[in-house]
Design a protein around this ligand. Structure first.
Ligand SMILES: Cc1cc2nc3c(=O)[nH]c(=O)nc-3n(C[C@H](O)[C@H](O)[C@H](O)COP(=O)(O)O)c2cc1C
Length: 258
């Protein structure tokens, strides 16, 4: 195994941190590696906001679905899909006048541009995760940053063509965290297909979730939930945070479109 694979295989999400600052030098190295991430058209369609104001971090620990560990992270980076910078550059470059001359409407950022920006931002974020890991610094994605758009827009003064796609919190893991068992992944045959998409049937699901079902049948069934699929539907897919995320993302999309 080479060192890169070793770092990738040993990474796990870290949610409890030592009280130890991340030095400016190490931070700079992580940032350099982050900015080397592949980027669509070499346009860097993302921005990073380093959140250093503890008052804002404390607020995020609440607005991101009440996750108190966020407030204890020594480094917090917000990743934005960002077309604002390029759109402002187009405006500053007289593109409006060019379009008038050509008698064509000026195109504004649309859904495709947003998706490309999200790709860029997430790829850069994962570079940050792996770079940090290589220094022994753990991290955790916070997807709930996509919730509560109205609050986050105001907190970070987000302009129209930005989209808060993920928050990353970093810190040196506590000893307990380094001993936590690794989360399991599904067998690759359920994830990797050849040439065509393969829809799974009941038999496949039985094999795929055998361990989850076994673990669940040991516990007591609550709320009339009969199996792992029903539990995941109720606790994740149809949970209050998922519904809030959809509401908030719809709002961000509307902001992009108008
Ligand atoms: C897009 C995304 C959003 C996530 N959001 C959260 C979150 O809000 N809170 C949290 O504790 N973990 C979050 N995670 C971490 C996952 O729960 C974690 O990656 C998963 O359980 C697998 O565990 P591992 O990273 O330790 O292998 C998120 C991960 C991703 C990729």
């Amino acid at each position: 195994m080479n060192q890169v694979i070793d770092v990738l295989m040993k990474r796990r999400s870290v949610r409890a941190y030592e009280e130890k600052e991340i030095s400016a030098d190490v931070k700079a190295e992580i940032l350099k590696a982050t900015l080397r991430a592949p980027t669509a058209g070499n346009m860097m369609l993302y921005s990073i906001i380093e959140v250093t104001d503890q008052k804002i971090i404390d607020r995020l620990a609440i607005t991101c679905d009440n996750q108190p560990f966020i407030a204890r992270a020594p480094m917090v980076w917000l990743f934005l899909a960002d077309y604002q910078r390029w759109f402002d550059f187009f405006l500053a470059s007289g593109v409006e006048e060019l379009c008038k001359q050509k008698q064509v409407p000026m195109r504004k950022p649309e859904e495709g541009d947003l998706f490309l920006g999200c790709c860029d931002a997430l790829i850069a974020a994962q570079n940050a995760v792996i770079a940090a890991e290589s220094f022994g610094i753990g991290s955790c994605y916070i997807g709930d940053i996509m919730e509560q758009y109205e609050i986050h827009k105001e907190l970070f003064e987000l302009p129209q063509y930005t989209f808060p796609i993920c928050l990353l919190v970093f810190g040196y893991p506590t000893r307990e965290q380094t001993k936590r068992p690794y989360t399991k992944r599904f067998d690759e045959k359920f994830i990797l297909f050849e040439n065509q998409y393969h829809r799974l049937d009941k038999q496949d699901f039985k094999a795929m979730f055998r361990e989850h079902e076994a673990r669940m049948s040991k516990g007591k069934s609550k709320e009339g939930i009969a199996n792992f699929g029903q539990a995941m539907y109720v606790r994740k897919f149809d949970s209050a945070f998922s519904v809030e995320m959809s509401r908030s993302v719809r709002l961000i999309l509307e902001a992009w479109k108008n």
